[in-house]
Design a protein around this ligand. Structure first.
Ligand code: ZN
Length: 274
């Protein structure tokens, strides 16, 4: 039986509820009803170790036929006929407009402004950030590691919207938490150097970096770095954060923990204009 189908083969109502679907994580945000957003976990697919089991990435040396089977399963969880825009991610700041041509494009964020289209980013520690306009007519998802955050991938994504940042909701998905994301002083220095004033430097020092036990090392907080950038650019409605990929080995892939591992998919699509 395919997921989403009842015993008679008829479509049952899809429950956007992580308790009913342990394979998926659903954002807890007040998104308009015509928008679908989810993050896959490592649960419920067909990939073998170390990619077990719901790996969606073709570039990690998993068996391509297993990845394609997992992608078909992901499509089953979404609206039938929803076209997914896949990316080749490069830790940059380019925002790709989703199309239905099925071609993978190079970039680190996808913007959607038509029903029937969806965007996907893949992560295994980097932070996926979801965006949706309150009117449900536009949405985006961005892949943000520390370098993408520093270089402005979230700001570039926000600028793609035709509505004001105050009309955009955000949700931050699973990423490596400050509990496990240790970085050198050069990362803190880079964020301080990119700051515009003392207030911003103080916010970064106070909320996004804590000294680690090793000298010259810091625990960096990607959720906090993302929140500071989004708030500074006018987003007031920010949800999520706090799901650590490294801590939760049952549900999430983590590159820092496992090196040879799979990728989760973060998907947002517009099923219909609300
Ligand atoms: Zn952790």
């Amino acid at each position: 039986m395919l997921p989403g189908q009842g015993a008679e083969g008829s479509k049952v109502a899809f429950q956007p509820d992580s308790a009913a679907n342990p394979t998926l994580v659903f954002p807890d945000w007040p998104a308009p009803p015509g928008v679908i957003a989810l993050v896959s976990t490592r649960i419920g697919g067909v990939s073998k170790p170390p990619f077990d089991s719901f790996n969606l990435a073709l570039h990690v040396n998993d068996d391509p036929s297993d990845v394609l089977a997992n992608r078909a399963l992901l499509q089953e969880f979404l609206e039938p006929g929803l076209h997914l825009q896949w990316l080749q991610q490069v830790h940059g700041t380019q925002v790709i407009g989703a199309t239905a041509d099925g071609l993978t494009k190079t970039g680190d964020a996808v913007f959607i402004d038509q029903p029937g289209l969806a965007g996907v980013v893949m992560t295994a520690d980097c932070l996926p950030v979801f965006f949706v306009a309150r009117d449900g007519h536009s949405a985006a998802v961005a892949h943000a590691g520390w370098r993408g955050l520093l270089d402005g991938v979230l700001e570039r994504t926000l600028e793609t919207f035709t509505v004001a940042p105050s009309e955009v909701l955000c949700w931050m998905g699973p990423a490596i938490g400050p509990c496990h994301f240790e970085v050198g002083a050069e990362v803190l220095d880079a964020f301080l150097a990119a700051s515009h004033d003392d207030d911003q430097r103080r916010e970064i020092r106070e909320s996004a970096f804590k000294a680690a036990s090793s000298p010259g090392k810091y625990h960096a907080d990607l959720y906090s770095l993302a929140r500071l950038r989004l708030q500074r650019h006018g987003v007031t409605d920010i949800h999520g954060g706090g799901l650590c990929t490294f801590c939760d080995a049952d549900r999430f892939y983590s590159y820092r923990r496992d090196r040879d591992t799979g990728r989760m998919a973060s998907v947002i699509g517009i099923k219909r204009f609300s």
